[in-house]
Design a protein around this ligand. Structure first.
Ligand code: PHE
Length: 439
C-alpha cells in the first residue's frame, strides 16, 4: 500500500472513554484516595476534592484533550507545532516525558506489590496472620529487593506487551475489556462491604462532612489528589487526545472521564471504609491502609478469600490501564520525535523505566524523590502552563473550533477561558508554592 501512513488512533467513542478513564482510574483512586481521605477528615476532604475536580480538573483535562487533538502529535510535538516561537511551552513537553518516566518508575513498584499480593491472595497465604504480622510482612516485603524487583519487572512486561500493540490494537483493545471488569469487581466489593455489620460508621465517615476539618492543608491535599487522579498536568491526556477522531465531542469525553474517575474513587471509599470501621481499624493509618490492613479485614470476613482475590485483581487492572498511558507518552515521543519504530521505542522506554524502577526499589530516597518531584513539581507546573496556554496563547477561535468539531455548539467557551486564564493558574500556583513550603 502506498500513500501517507495514517496515524494510529482510537476507533470508537467507547474506546476513547475506556482508555482515558483507564488512565485516570488507578492506584490513585483505590490505594491513595482512601488513605488520603482517611487522613484528612473523610467527608470534608471528599467535598473539597469534588469541588476541585469540577472547577479545575475538568477545565485542565479539556485543555489537554484539545491541545492533543488540535496538534495530532505527541506532547512535545504538540506544543512545538501549536506555539513554534514559544520555547517555554516546549518545556511542558519535555517535563511531560520526564514526568512519565518518573511516575511510571515508582508506580510500577507499587503495582508490583499488587501483583505479589494477588499471588498471595490466590494462594490464601495471608490468612491466619495477625494484624501485627501482616504489617511486618508488608514492611519486610516492600523493604526487600528481589521480590519487588521481579514483580515490578513482570508488571512492566505486561505494560509493554499492551503498548507494543499500538493505540487501537493494544491500548484500546485491552482497556475496553479491563475497565468494565474493574467496574463489576468494585461494585461487588461495595455491596459486600456495605452488608458488613457496622457499615454505617464507615459511610458516615466518608459522606458526612465535618467542616471544622477543612484546613489549608486539607484543601491543598485535595487539589494534589485531583491532579494525580485525573492524570492531568503531564501530557497523558494530551497524548490520548491526539488519538481522538474529530467527530468525538471533547467536552463529553472530559466529563465522562472525570465522572468515572470520581465515581471509582468514591466506590473505593465505599468498599474500604465500612470494612475498616467494621473491624475497628484506624482510617488514618496511611499508605499501608490497603496492603497492611485490608488482608486483616479479609481474614475476618465470610468469603474473605474471594473478596481478597477480587480486590487485588482490581488493583492490578487499575494500575495496568494507568501505566499503559504513562508508557504511551514516552513511546509517542520516541516514535514521532526520534523516529524510532514502535516496537523498539516501547522496548527501550520500558527497559529504561524498569531500571529506574530498580533504583526506586533499592533506594527509598529515589522512590520518594520521584513521587514527590512528579506530584508536587511537575504536575502542578504542567497544569499551570497548560491552562495558561489554552487561556492566553491559543486563539479563542481555535479553541472554539476544536470544541465544536463534532458539530455541536460550545456555549461554555467564555467561562472555560476565564477559568483557564485566572482561576486554574492561581489555584494550582497555591498548591505548587505549598508543595515547596513557600506558602
Ligand atoms: N491517574 C493515575 C491514578 O490515579 C495515575 C497517573 C498520574 C497516571 C499521572 C497517568 C498520569 O492512579
Amino acid at each position: 500500500m502506498t500513500g501517507p501512513s495514517k496515524r494510529d488512533g482510537f476507533s470508537s467513542k467507547f474506546g476513547v472513554i475506556a482508555a482515558a478513564a483507564g488512565s485516570a482510574v488507578g492506584l490513585g483512586n483505590i490505594w491513595r484516595f482512601p488513605y488520603v481521605a482517611g487522613e484528612n477528615g473523610g467527608g470534608a476532604f471528599l467535598l473539597v476534592y469534588l469541588l476541585f475536580i469540577l472547577s479545575i480538573g475538568l477545565p485542565v483535562m479539556l485543555s489537554e484533550l484539545l491541545i492533543g487533538r488540535r496538534a495530532q502529535k505527541n506532547v512535545f510535538g504538540a506544543f512545538r507545532s501549536l506555539a513554534p516561537n514559544k520555547p517555554i511551552f516546549m518545556a511542558v513537553g519535555i517535563m511531560g516525558v520526564g514526568a512519565a518516566f518518573m511516575i511510571l518508575s515508582f508506580y510500577a513498584v507499587v503495582a508490583g506489590w499488587t501483583l505479589e499480593y494477588t499471588y498471595l491472595a490466590f494462594g490464601n497465604s495471608l490468612s491466619g496472620m495477625s494484624a501485627i504480622e501482616l504489617s511486618e510482612f508488608f514492611k519486610d516485603f516492600s523493604g526487600s529487593t528481589k521480590g519487588p524487583i521481579v514483580w515490578m519487572t513482570v508488571f512492566m512486561i505486561l505494560t509493554a506487551g499492551i503498548v507494543i500493540g499500538g493505540v487501537k490494537n493494544g491500548i484500546e483493545k485491552y482497556t475496553k475489556v479491563l475497565m468494565p471488569l474493574l467496574l463489576v469487581i468494585i461494585i461487588i466489593l461495595c455491596v459486600k462491604s456495605i452488608s458488613l455489620g457496622g457499615a454505617e460508621a464507615g459511610l458516615a465517615f466518608l459522606f458526612n462532612p465535618d467542616f471544622s476539618k477543612v484546613t489549608g492543608s486539607v484543601i491543598l491535599e485535595a487539589l494534589g489528589q485531583a491532579f494525580f487522579s485525573l492524570s492531568i498536568g503531564m501530557g497523558v491526556i494530551a497524548t490520548y487526545g491526539s488519538y481522538i477522531q474529530k467527530k468525538e465531542n471533547l467536552l463529553y469525553t472530559a466529563v465522562s472521564v472525570s465522572f468515572a474517575d470520581t465515581i471509582i474513587a468514591v466506590l473505593a471509599g465505599v468498599a474500604i471504609f465500612p470494612a475498616v470501621f467494621a473491624f475497628g481499624i484506624d482510617p488514618s493509618s496511611g499508605p499501608g491502609l490497603v496492603f497492611e490492613t485490608l488482608p486483616n479485614v479479609f481474614n475476618h470476613m465470610k468469603g474473605g478469600y474471594l473478596f481478597s482475590v477480587a480486590f487485588f485483581i482490581l488493583l492490578v487492572i487499575a494500575a495496568l490501564t494507568s501505566s499503559v498511558s504513562l508508557l504511551e507518552v514516552v513511546v509517542a515521543y520516541f516514535t514521532e520525535e526520534l523516529k524510532l519504530k514502535r516496537k523498539s521505542a516501547t522496548l527501550i522506554a520500558a527497559a529504561s523505566i524498569t531500571c529506574l524502577g530498580v533504583l526506586c526499589v533499592v533506594s527509598d530516597k529515589a522512590f520518594k524523590l520521584f513521587d514527590w518531584t512528579s506530584s508536587n513539581i511537575l504536575l502542578p507546573l504542567g497544569g499551570i502552563l497548560i491552562a495558561v496556554f489554552v487561556g492566553w496563547i491559543l486563539q479563542k477561535t481555535d479553541v472554539k473550533d476544536e470544541l465544536e468539531a463534532h458539530g455541536g455548539k460550545a456555549y461554555f467557551v467564555n467561562v472555560l477561558i476565564l477559568v483557564l486564564k485566572f482561576v486554574a493558574p492561581l489555584a494550582i500556583g497555591a498548591v505548587f508554592l505549598k508543595g515547596l513550603g513557600l506558602l
